[in-house]
Structure formats: structure tokens, C-alpha cells
Design a protein around this ligand. Structure first.
Ligand SMILES: [Zn+2]
Length: 546
């Protein structure tokens, strides 16, 4: 038995086809660029690549309201003119425009994260990766910050079917407001966001915002200033996460790897190198908990692709060459053609004293938590969720018995899909060394003095300034806390009671967990658009609602 980390990597080749609108900062194409690098580096050899079933509207309403999802499904650029009132209500305008295929885009993003969570639940992988996910600003009935459907909340709800305590870590430069709000009143999810604070979208994430009710002290906010560099970030990240792991002891971790915290980002103003950003992945992986890696922001797309490819390599445990292999989008990496995002010479506005104050405040708060939070500990019905493995073994036995004379049955062939795609190697190898690297290109980013985040603490704070500059200046409303809007209400005895029972506390619509059968990948994707997508296993549709 190998103790190599088992990776389930979610990728749908359609994701790169969507375009928010011309000139929009958010470019889903960066996911395709990332995948291109991942494949060109041959990382697929040490992980399982899946094309997840897109999330259905019913699945999305495990968190979002029926009306909001129905609107997302219905609205098109042609019909938006006739439903301005609704668009206003759901904040679908400006930075969150209606574009062709909006709902399908959301379905792919959310489907990947939910499928990743379902695989972690069943113990089918150690780390699930979905770079198309991580859209942390979406609220229960409202879009925001380029996000429409909150794949992260949906994935965490899936994880809560099996795991008692889930830790959410967010290293996007923007505060992970949608996820924090959803779980603000529960101790079953601890949210921990490292973000720029002060005159910056979404305006939330003050050090003193710590959760309410039984969620009090289970929201952790690390407000940072411009120009934070690798060393400073590493120190505070490792210190806070070590305390969180000690005091909360989560059973699963979701790490949102928003890449707008990188140096040179089009919207961001931190100064992290690729290595500094990836150190978070490396550090979290060391704890050996079931972990999900998600994308998020990131607006200098070649740097996003570099970083997420590098982080995929970290997850897999492969070392990769600094010299980029030849790939479909090779010319994007000119002139240096290196796997590197260097930091700039911008100044770091986070003084050691400021960071120490944040660190010690958070540490003190975490240490006052009761060990093993007061979550309900009754049996979790793993059978209806994770019974897939036994079912599969039984199916395999029956299959073998029935096909004694057949060398490889259909079922066995299905299970060997990922091993039959080695042709891609040679294609890459042929072209690999034809290009020579040049010096990296430093990009400098302008920055701005930000407000002091370390104000006196005030528990159960209901409002913060919603001042915003970058991502979604349109929406600057004051923050309404989850008791009034998005919070997922986790019931005291809110364990799922089987595949037909309610999800833990969502209170919206009962839907079954992701199907155990989706562990049987179909042989090939039918609509392969490139050599890359030939390597994708198609996760089959879930079981019918029963
Ligand atoms: Zn962001």
C-alpha cells in the first residue's frame, strides 16, 4: 500500500469557454491555462483527473434560495432588459454581469467542488482540487465580487455530512465574506480569512468579527495591509493555522487559494511570490487531514496559472522544473518562460508590531475555546454516503464471477481509464526542451495606505464599513449579518438522516448526497475538445432522488 497522497483533480474543459464580458477582469480562461500547465508537466500521472457532473439547480438550493437560482437559470443577456428589478435585487449587474452560459458556468464550478467533497467524504482521495471553484463572495440570494454561486459553502455542506468539524482557510486578498456569513453562527465550521482590510472590497473581515451565538470565536479574521511579503505572510499564516489546528482540531480542511494575493496582481496589492503563496498549501498539507484546494480570485492570468499549477504539484508531491514545458499557451509566459512569480520591491505596510498584535489577539481567543467544540457527536450515517466502497467491491466480485473468460470486463476497463492516456507524455517530451528561459520580469504594483484594522474588539458586531475600491464597487451596502440573511442554520440535532433526509441544517431543499456511483468513471468524455480533455474521467450522474 502506497502512502503517496491520493489526489482527485476536477476539470471540465468547457470552463475556459465562458467569458464574463469583454474587458472583465475575471477570466475563466485562466483555469484552462492552469490545466494546460498541469498536463504539460505530466502531473496527471500521479493523480486522478475527473470531469464532475455539473451541479443542478436543486443541489445549489442546498444553500441558495430557490428564487435566486431560478433567476440565474432563466436570465440571459437578451432577457436581462426585461427583468431589471430582479437583477437589482440579486445584484446581477456591473461586476457580476449576465453572460452567455452563466448558469452552466456556475454549475461546473459548483459541481467540481461538490464532487471533490463527496470523494473526500468517501475516503476516495486525500486531497481534492477544483481550480474552477473558490467563489467565496456569493451569498444566499445575492451575487457579489464576480461570484454567483458559492461552491465553497456547497462543498462544506457536503463535508458536514461526514465530518464534525471543517476548517475553511481563505488566502485570497479579499475577505471570504460569503463563506464566513454562511457559517457565522455555527461551531461546526471555523472560517479563517487572511485578507487586505481597509478601503477594499468587500469591506468586511475586521479582527473583531468573530462569529455569533454558538459560532462565536469560530470565525477568525486576519486583516492585513498592502505589500505583505513572503516572510511576514508565512510567519502569521503558520502561527495562526497552528493555533487553529491545535484548538479546533478540524476533521477536514478547505483551502481557498485565491491568487490575487500574488505580487503584481491586476487588482491586488500584496507582495507574495509564487513560492510564498504555495507555502500555504505546503503547510496545510502537512497536517494530513482530508483537504480540498479551491481557486478563487486572480487577475494576472499567467501568474494565476503558474501558481495553481505549482500548487497542484505541491499537492501531488512532485517537483517541477522552473523552466516551463512547452504547452498550448506557451506564448503567454513570454519573455521569461519560467514557473515563477517573483515579488516586487514594494514596501510592506505591515509592521512586525502590527502583525504581532493580530497574532497574539487571535491566539488568545483561540486558546479560550473549549477543546473539541461542543458539536453533536451522535453517529453519522456513513452507510448512505460512504457505502459506495463496499458496494463497489461487491460489484467487482460479481463482475469477475460472471466474466471468468473475459480478460478485461467493461467495469474493469472503466476503472483503468486514467492509465491509458500515456500518449500525452511523448507529445510533451518531444517539445519540452526546445525553449530557453530568460530573466524573470518584475512587475511593480502601486499601493495605498490602508486603515488600521486593530481597533478595539467588539463582539457580535453587526456592521462594518462596506467601502470598496476594486472588485465590486457597485455593491457597497453595509454588511448584514447572517442571522438576517445567509447563515446556514445548523440544527442541534441536524445530522443527515440518510439519503432522503435533510442536509445538515440548510433548511432549504432535501437532496441526496453526491452519488456513490460517481466513483465509477465512464471511459471517456464525449466532447473532448483537445488532447488534454482525453485524459479526463467523466464522473457519472448521481443516483436518482430517492
Ligand atoms: Zn479576490
Amino acid at each position: 500500500m502506497s502512502n503517496k497522497t491520493r489526489i482527485a483533480y476536477m476539470y471540465d474543459p468547457d470552463i475556459g469557454c465562458y467569458d464574463y464580458e469583454p474587458g472583465h477582469c475575471m477570466k475563466p480562461f485562466r483555469i484552462r491555462m492552469t490545466h494546460d500547465l498541469v498536463m504539460s508537466y505530466g502531473l496527471y500521472r500521479n493523480m486522478e483527473v475527473y470531469r464532475a457532473k455539473p451541479a443542478t439547480d436543486l443541489e445549489m438550493t442546498q444553500f441558495h434560495t430557490d428564487e435566486y437560482i431560478e433567476f440565474l437559470k432563466r436570465v440571459t443577456p437578451d432577457t436581462i432588459g426585461n427583468c431589471q428589478q430582479e437583477a437589482l435585487k440579486y445584484d446581477i449587474s456591473g461586476d457580476c454581469p449576465v453572460f452567455d452560459g452563466l448558469f452552466e458556468f456556475c454549475s461546473i464550478s459548483a459541481g467540481g467542488s461538490m464532487e471533490g467533497a463527496a470523494r473526500l467524504n468517501r475516503g476516495r482521495c486525500d486531497i481534492a482540487v477544483n481550480w474552477a471553484g473558490g467563489l467565496h463572495h456569493a451569498k444566499k440570494g445575492q451575487a457579489g465580487g464576480f461570484c454567483y454561486v458559492n461552491d465553497i459553502v456547497l462543498a462544506i455542506l457536503e463535508l458536514l455530512r461526514v465530518y464534525q468539524r471543517v476548517l475553511y482557510i481563505d488566502i485570497d486578498i479579499h475577505h471570504g465574506d460569503g463563506v464566513e456569513e454562511a457559517f457565522y453562527t455555527t461551531d461546526r465550521v471555523m472560517t479563517c480569512s487572511f485578507h487586505k482590510f481597509g478601503e477594499f472590497y468587500p469591506g468586511t473581515g475586521h479582527l473583531s468579527d468573530i462569529g455569533i451565538g454558538s459560532g462565536k470565536k469560530y470565525a477568525v479574521n486576519v486583516p492585513l495591509r498592502d505589500g505583505i511579503d513572503d516572510d511576514a505572510y508565512r510567519r502569521i499564516f503558520e502561527s495562526v493555522i497552528t493555533d487553529v489546528m491545535t484548538c479546533y482540531n478540524p476533521e477536514a480542511i478547505v483551502l481557498q487559494c485565491g491568487a490575487d494575493s500574488l505580487s503584481g496582481d491586476r487588482l491586488g496589492s500584496f507582495n507574495l511570490s509564487m513560492e510564498g503563496h504555495a507555502n500555504c498549501v505546503k503547510f496545510v498539507k502537512k497536517f494530513g487531514r482530508p483537504t480540498m484546494l479551491l481557486g478563487g480570485g486572480g487577475y494576472s492570468i499567467r501568474n494565476v496559472a503558474r501558481t495553481w499549477a505549482f500548487e497542484t504539484a505541491h499537492a501531488v508531491g512532485d517537483s517541477v522544473s522552473k523552466v516551463l514545458p512547452f504547452s498550448d499557451y506557451y506564448e503567454y509566459y513570454c519573455p521569461e518562460y519560467l514557473l515563477d512569480v517573483p515579488r516586487s520591491n514594494m514596501s510592506n505596510d505591515n509592521t512586525p508590531e502590527y502583525l504581532e498584535k493580530i497574532r497574539s489577539t487571535i491566539s488568545e481567543r483561540l486558546r479560550s475555546l473549549p477543546f473539541a467544540p461542543s458539536v453533536q457527536m451522535q453517529d453519522v450515517p456513513r452507510e448512505s454516503l460512504g457505502g459506495a466502497e463496499e458496494d463497489e467491491d461487491m460489484l467487482a466480485d460479481l463482475d469477475t464471477d460472471k466474466n471468468m473468460d473475459v480478460r478485461m470486463t467493461e467495469l474493469q476497463q472503466d476503472r483503468h481509464v486514467e492509465n491509458d492516456n500515456e500518449f500525452y507524455d511523448s507529445d510533451v517530451e518531444d517539445e519540452k526542451n526546445e525553449h530557453v528561459a530568460t530573466e524573470p520580469n518584475n512587475e511593480e504594483v502601486s499601493d495605498e495606505e490602508m486603515a488600521d484594522a486593530a481597533e478595539p474588539e467588539e463582539d457580535d458586531k453587526a456592521e462594518t464599513n462596506g467601502a470598496s475600491t476594486d472588485e465590486a464597487p457597485v455593491h457597497r451596502s453595509s454588511i448584514v449579518r447572517p442571522s438576517e440573511t445567509s447563515a446556514v442554520v445548523l440544527e442541534d440535532n441536524g445530522q443527515p438522516s440518510g439519503s432522503t433526509g435533510p442536509l445538515p441544517g440548510t433548511g432549504n431543499t432535501a437532496t441526496p448526497p453526491r452519488s456513490p456511483q460517481s466513483d465509477h468513471p465512464a471511459p471517456e468524455s464525449n466532447d473532448a475538445e483537445s488532447a488534454h480533455s482525453d485524459n479526463i474521467q467523466q464522473a457519472s450522474p448521481p443516483a436518482e432522488v430517492n
